[in-house]
Design a binder for this molecule. Structure first.
Ligand code: LLP
Length: 402
């Protein structure tokens, strides 16, 4: 670890999220390069880390944005993402969200049900425009990842089956207010194997072919996100293998290839810095109690996710410890049986690979302020979100105090 986390902790306080922006560039560029020679758009999945500066940095490299709420669409536009590279997905879009997305003229709205298609059509009719749409197809593929982040099976709430998708495309083609230009799928997150991706691509590519036979020309082939990253010692897929698989599957189609990586771009860029408050030895277990908690980083509690935890600038004989926060839940932990040296008050622990689904899933549970976020760009640190305060937390209640 080359960063001076002690200096950063002194300057910005803890707990703290730190992101290596050069790493973000490397990740984005490596994926873009893997698609060299193809028409491609890398639409960054804003949900993984929606800090405006993160989106802005990626937009400046040419990234688009994959959004799942009108809030995310607004963030993307505010951060300089080209509107023709923004798509809007999600199973439950409200009328006002659909209307605004149509008025803004983003690339397309990704439909996740027939009922939603009818709503989009109606709103487009009211606005007297053609709504550019895609359909999220559920290819019924087992992505072999955590059940909470696996989305490609029939029992999943996402997307529609192939037959339904076909019916929707035919309906859209005949509608005066719908313009079907894209096709979309996303089989899950943290994918470490190519096979499910290949299978899904093949299924959806053959749907595109059968649509083209009935004069429905799909221009954007969007394979969703999901490229897995290394948290521990996982062997995952490389950008080139990923791109080659997709290119091979779609070689007979004349489409722009799109993907929506979130975690691949942001996860390994992030470090969560937390300070040791106390050590505590119970009859069976050594606990290290830190100032960060599940409200800051919920992945270990929610998915039993592994994040590497290291003591910063501290040596010595190690023993196993559970790293826990101050929140009043037994599920409030960052790691279990982690080998760590004896720690003192104010020592720092660094929790790795926390750039994706870290801050974006943070809450104010236990009236804890969400942490500050800092960018490291070419070795220089910049605050990109200040720490919340008690006052900002209560502002929306205080004026209505009974
Ligand atoms: N596109 C769609 C339609 C998605 O649903 C997702 C993630 C992505 C792209 C981006 O996936 P990625 O490239 O980041 O794997 N909170 C969980 C992850 C939830 C992912 C939800 N959808 C976690 O912390 O692991």
């Amino acid at each position: 670890m080359s960063m001076n986390f002690k200096e950063l902790a002194d300057k910005y306080g803890t707990p703290l999220y730190v992101y290596d922006f050069n790493h973000l560039s490397d990740r984005y560029n490596s994926l873009k390069k893997a698609f060299e020679g193809q028409k491609s758009i890398i639409s960054y999945a804003v949900k993984s880390n929606s800090n405006l500066s993160v989106i802005n940095h990626l937009a400046s490299l040419g990234a688009g944005a994959d959004c799942v709420s009108i809030g995310e669409v607004r963030r993307a536009l505010k951060s300089g993402v080209d509107k023709y590279k923004i798509i809007f997905s999600g199973v439950g879009k409200r009328d006002d969200e659909i209307r605004e997305a149509l008025e803004l003229g983003i690339l397309f709205i990704n439909l996740e049900s027939e009922a939603e298609m009818k709503r989009v059509e109606l709103i487009a009719m009211e606005l007297d425009i053609m709504a550019r749409i895609s359909v999220r197809v559920n290819p019924n593929i087992d992505a072999k990842t955590h059940p909470y982040i696996s989305t490609g099976l029939h029992e999943s709430k996402f997307g529609v089956e192939i037959d339904m998708a076909k019916r929707m495309y035919i309906y859209a083609k005949n509608s005066k207010n719908l313009n079907p230009i894209g096709i979309h799928f996303h089989i899950g997150s943290q994918l470490t194997k190519l096979e499910p991706i290949r299978e899904a691509c093949d299924i959806v590519a053959s749907l595109v072919k059968s649509l083209s036979a009935i004069k429905i020309d799909i221009k954007f082939f969007d394979i969703g996100g999901g490229i897995g990253v290394r948290y521990d010692d996982e062997i995952t897929i490389t950008p080139q293998e990923y791109a080659d698989t997709i290119i091979e599957s779609t070689k007979k189609l004349d489409v722009t290839l799109m993907c929506e990586p979130g975690r691949f771009i942001t996860a390994n860029s992030g470090y969560f810095v937390t300070k040791v408050l106390y050590e505590k030895q119970n009859p069976t277990t050594r606990f290290v109690i830190v100032d960060g908690a599940m409200n800051d980083l919920i992945r270990p509690s929610l998915y039993s996710a592994y994040h590497k935890i290291e003591a910063y600038d501290k040596e010595g004989e190690t023993s196993k410890a559970n790293i826990v926060g101050p929140v009043c839940e037994s599920g409030d932990f960052f790691g279990k049986a982690v080998e760590l040296p004896k720690l003192d008050h104010n020592d720092l622990l660094i929790i790795h690979s926390t750039g994706a689904y870290g801050f974006t899933m943070a809450s104010n549970y236990n009236t804890r302020n969400r942490s500050a976020e800092v960018a490291i760009i070419d070795g220089k640190d910049r605050l990109i979100r200040e720490r919340e305060s008690f006052e900002t937390q209560i502002a929306l209640e205080e004026k209505y105090l009974i």
